[in-house]
Structure formats: structure tokens, C-alpha cells
Design a protein around this ligand. Structure first.
Ligand code: F0G
Length: 366
């Protein structure tokens, strides 16, 4: 049923660290680690790489968790899978659930999910429920449904999702290492529910515990949130043990428009124990970073660009040193949010149906 040939690729190459030999796979993982020399010198760090998770099958890092989570659901024999989502999880659940032959149900905050993601969930066959409330309200409902036995929960509260997402860490360490054997000093990533932060921390902890990685080589986990949805940043800045739920959240980066990061108990120690930090960025800073990445050919959605915007800010503030080697995680593809891309990019120009007129237009003012 699961083809052995795929085990050598992507996420399942790391089966030794996962609960199964193979999952419901499309396949996922093996994403590129891009050089971005212009951004590297502009921001001013010794090495900057972009781990582009938008290059997964459904265009986000969620696929790495879903290949494991849906396999678990198959083992359990459940027939209905469900998630709350700001979009990407719903796209991944719909695709992987469909591949696994299961029914999928997704709860989305009405009007706050980017077009590409809704289109994916729709075409991959999910039942889409648009809730009059934000993501956190959707997650409350899905947890209720799961507790009542109506559906199997595949949000990042499901620990098997995080198992798959650990493989981002393995890939970064393998791809980043140079001849001198240097690991990244820091990994910067966008934070919503803080599942990915928790997954990376678990990855590095397991490597240290097994003796494969020195404690001193664990990258500093550095989380970035949008200013309008920054409860984790608030907790880090206040040195708080718990994260206060924000009832009102807003940001152009709809993927991380989240006020109640449910994985905070796992992610806060990850940020603190690795010597990392958390920072909030404005929507304007996010769009600026999205443009800068795109100018070097790397197309990402707004939430993903938050990682680069956060690095830029921490470098400006002197929190990040100029001799640091840094990996920024870009979690979703540009095409996930075509409206944001169009708004941030160049406007199309109308020209007459005539070559000379086109040349005259090009010679004129823009
Ligand atoms: N980046 C993107 C593009 C995301 O879609 C998400 C989360 C995150 C970052 C934050 O990751 O929650 O692990 O801290 N998206 C979820 C969803 C909430 O429903 O697609 P996190």
C-alpha cells in the first residue's frame, strides 16, 4: 500500500525519528534552502538562508505534519477528519485526507482566509464551514467536536502532526552545514499556534538527547508575530509563564491571525531554552520583506515574510549579531494569497494592440 521507493525521499527519509516507516504521502519535504545574497548583505549577517516550505505539495509546511497525522487516523480507522484553520492546514488536510480516502471537514474564519487556500480545500473535497468568528473560535468548536467523538482532530494540538514537522529541523541541519561543519546560530520563523516552534524544539532536543548534536549547536529559536496578533511576543517580553489570549486580532498575514497560541506551553520553553527570542512586526514590514524575497525569486505569502521582517528588525536592534548564520523559515507559497501578492507588487499596465505603441509606452514614464 505504501510504496517503498518513496521512503528515500523527504519527510520519510527520517522514519527513524517518526512513529511509522511510511505515511499517506504525496510526497512532502526535501524543500530548498535558498541563498539570498542581496538580502543577506542588506540585513547584514554572515550567512542567510531561506528554507522555503512553500515548496511542499500543497504549498505549505503543514504537509509534513499531515502525512503523519493522516496515517495515524488510518490506523485508528476513523472516517472523519477535521481541523480549524487560517487556511493552510485546511488545504493540507483536504489533500491528504482525500488521498487517504477519508472525509474531511474544515472550519474557517469567514472572510479571513486567503483565496488560494479556500480553493484548495474546496477542490480537494473538504466540507468547508465558514464560522462567524476568528480562528481561535473555530479551534474551540473543533475541539468540542473531537471531544464528542464526531471527528478526529488534525490541528497541531495533535502531537503526531508535530512529529512530521520535526523533519524541517533535520533538513535544515543537513542542508546548511558547510565544510567547516557550522550549524545555523539561529532559526527565525513565523508563529501562530506555535506548533512549528514546538516541533523544531522537539527535533533539536531529541538530537541532543541521542548524542547526535551538541547542546551548544542548537539554533536559537526566534519567533515572529504580526503586531496585531502577538500574544507570544507579549509573554516573552514580560517573562510570563502563560500566554494571555488576545480576543481581538488583525493582520494582513492572515495565516498567523491567531490570538490563542495553543502550543505555547511547548513553544515558550523552546524559545527560552535555546536562547532565542520573539519579536512583533508591522504589516508594512511584512510586505517589505515579501517584496525583498520576491525580488530574489523567492515567492512567499505574507505570514512567511514575517520571518525575514523579524530578522531585519532584530538585526537593526542589535539583538542579532552581524557574525550570525541565520535560517529564515518561509512557511507558505506566494500563490496561497494572490490578492496580497497583487497588492504588494507592480500594477499591470494597459497598452494598445500594436508593437510601436508598446515601445512608445516602454519609453515613456511609468
Ligand atoms: N506560516 C503559515 C503560512 C501558516 O499557515 C501558519 C499557521 C504559521 C506560519 C504558523 O505556524 O501555527 O505552527 O505557529 N497556520 C495554521 C493554519 C494556523 O490553520 O493553516 P504555527
Amino acid at each position: 500500500e505504501f510504496e517503498a521507493s518513496e521512503v528515500d525521499r523527504g519527510v520519510w527519509r527520517y522514519a527513524a525519528a517518526l512513529p511509522f516507516e511510511m505515511g499517506v504521502s504525496l510526497p512532502e519535504g526535501d524543500t530548498p534552502l535558498h541563498e539570498v545574497p542581496r538580502l543577506e548583505s542588506e540585513i547584514g549577517v554572515s550567512r542567510l538562508r531561506i528554507k522555503h516550505e512553500g515548496m511542499n505539495p500543497t504549498g505549505s509546511f503543514k504537509d509534513r505534519g499531515m502525512t503523519v497525522g493522516v496515517r495515524v487516523a488510518k490506523e485508528l480507522g476513523v472516517d472523519r477528519l477535521a481541523c480549524a484553520s487560517t487556511g493552510n492546514t485546511s488545504a493540507a488536510l483536504a489533500a491528504y485526507g482525500g488521498r487517504g480516502g477519508m472525509e474531511t471537514l474544515v472550519l474557517l474564519p469567514a472572510g479571513k482566509v486567503a483565496a488560494g487556500k479556500v480553493a484548495q480545500a474546496a477542490l480537494h473535497g473538504a466540507r468547508i464551514l465558514e464560522v462567524d468568528g476568528n480562528f481561535d473560535a473555530c479551534l474551540d468548536i473543533v475541539q468540542d467536536l473531537a471531544e464528542r467523538g464526531e471527528a478526529y482532530l488534525l490541528n497541531s494540538l495533535n502531537p503526531f502532526r508535530l512529529e512530521g514537522q520535526k523533519t524541517i529541523g533535520f533538513e535544515i541541519l543537513e542542508q546548511f552545514r558547510d565544510e567547516e561543519g557550522r550549524f545555523p546560530d539561529r532559526i527565525v520563523l513565523p508563529v501562530g499556534n506555535a506548533g512549528n516552534t514546538a516541533a523544531l524544539y522537539k527535533c533539536f532536543r531529541e538530537l541532543v538527547q541521542s548524542g547526535a548534536l551538541d547542546e551548544a549547536d542548537v539554533p536559537k529559536l526566534t519567533g515572529v508575530q504580526a503586531e496585531g496578533a502577538a500574544p507570544m511576543v507579549e509573554a516573552i517580553e514580560n517573562d510570563a509563564d502563560e500566554v494571555r489570549r488576545w480576543d481581538e486580532v488583525e493582520t494582513r498575514a492572515t495565516a498567523i491571525r491567531i490570538g490563542n497560541p495553543v502550543n505555547a506551553p511547548k513553544a515558550l520553553p523552546g524559545i527560552r531554552n535555546t536562547g532565542g527570542t520573539a519579536v512583533a512586526v508591522s504589516d508594512e514590514e511584512i510586505t517589505g520583506a515579501q517584496r525583498a524575497l520576491a525580488a530574489e525569486g523567492v515567492g512567499v505569502e505574507p505570514a512567511s515574510a514575517a520571518s525575514v521582517a523579524g530578522l531585519r528588525k532584530l538585526r537593526d536592534e542589535g539583538v542579532v549579531d552581524d557574525d550570525e548564520a541565520v535560517v529564515c523559515l518561509t512557511t507558505g507559497h506566494l500563490l496561497k494569497d494572490p490578492d496580497a501578492a497583487a497588492a504588494a507588487g507592480n500594477d499591470p499596465e494597459s497598452v494598445p494592440n500594436d508593437t510601436d505603441a508598446v515601445l512608445a509606452h516602454l519609453a515613456g514614464e511609468r
